[in-house]
Design a protein around this ligand. Structure first.
Ligand code: IPD
Ligand code: CA
Length: 254
């Protein structure tokens, strides 16, 4: 196993034990607001601290960019990009759909990715040039040819009201073009599902680096394509056909 995947997996599993210990006592969690419709709980914070501690045991001098702690900068070539709990809103509502996302990049190049769904015990991993896996088996993006047959994922920002209209506009066009659309509350897991061929494509026009870094490498290593939008604040992903067809739709609006 690649050493980055080894450490990322250990860190994700360790953080997941903290996360799962709260699943049955959500009422005890103190939730605060980072911003409009942007919640954070002590689970997010404790999981991020655990992941950082695990990484630093082996790589004390690597940079770390975490959703909750921001950038820990050691001027290293390597940066670990962490979303300790993607799908916080789902988690806090007792919806069983969330994950941990960890990516490693060298400069701007994604080198390794790990997305862990602790409830289903599904571990999605990818190493640059070495393919993508779900637990022990290789995964590939779907080979669907047409958007009209495609199950397509998206995520909406509830926070930036200037995006409500363009999001709706793209949704309406995509709805006419695709078989069905899913909006499940975790962009990271949606991208892992594109890599595994469960979703045929994904788009999002508002997102942060930690939501999509690992998912982006997973899709590419699973034979798919990704295009970054709005200077990294959005993404389109899919196989060769669905990626292009969805990109054409999204680009007419943004
Ligand atoms: C959120 C999820 C969601 C996306 C939001 C993100 P969080 O991350 O990725 O899919 O729509 O914009 O903030 O807050 O659960 O880590
Ligand atoms: Ca997130």
């Amino acid at each position: 196993m690649h050493p980055f995947i080894n450490i990322a997996t250990q860190a994700a599993r360790s953080a997941s034990r903290i996360m799962l210990s709260f699943v049955d006592r959500l009422d005890e969690l103190k939730v605060s607001k980072k911003g409009m419709r942007d919640l954070v709980s002590k689970v997010d914070e404790a999981c991020e601290q655990e992941i950082i501690a695990q990484i630093q045991k082996t790589y004390p001098n690597h940079n770390i960019l975490g959703e909750e702690s921001g950038l820990i900068n050691h001027d290293s070539d390597y940066t670990w990009v962490i979303d300790p709990l993607d799908g916080t809103m789902n988690f806090l509502h007792g919806m069983p759909h969330f994950c941990i996302s960890i990516a490693v990049k060298k400069g701007d190049t994604l080198e390794a990715a790990c997305i862990y769904d602790p409830l289903r015990q599904e571990l999605f991993t990818a190493v640059k040039g070495k393919g993508a896996r779900l637990n022990d088996r290789r995964i590939r993006v779907s080979d669907i040819k047409n958007l009209s047959d495609s199950l397509v994922g998206t995520e909406f920002s509830g926070r930036d009201e200037t995006l409500f209209e363009p999001q709706q506009k793209i949704y309406n066009q995509a709805q006419s073009a695709c078989a069905e659309i899913r909006l499940d509350g975790t962009a990271a897991l949606a991208l892992a599902y594109v890599a595994a061929g469960r979703l045929d494509a994904f788009w999002c026009i508002y997102i942060k680096e930690w939501d999509i870094a690992a998912g982006e490498l997973l899709v590419r290593e699973a034979g798919g394509f990704t295009t970054s939008l709005r200077g990294g604040a959005g993404i389109v992903a899919g196989n060769a056909k669905t990626h292009q067809a969805l990109l054409d739709i999204v680009k007419t609006t943004i």
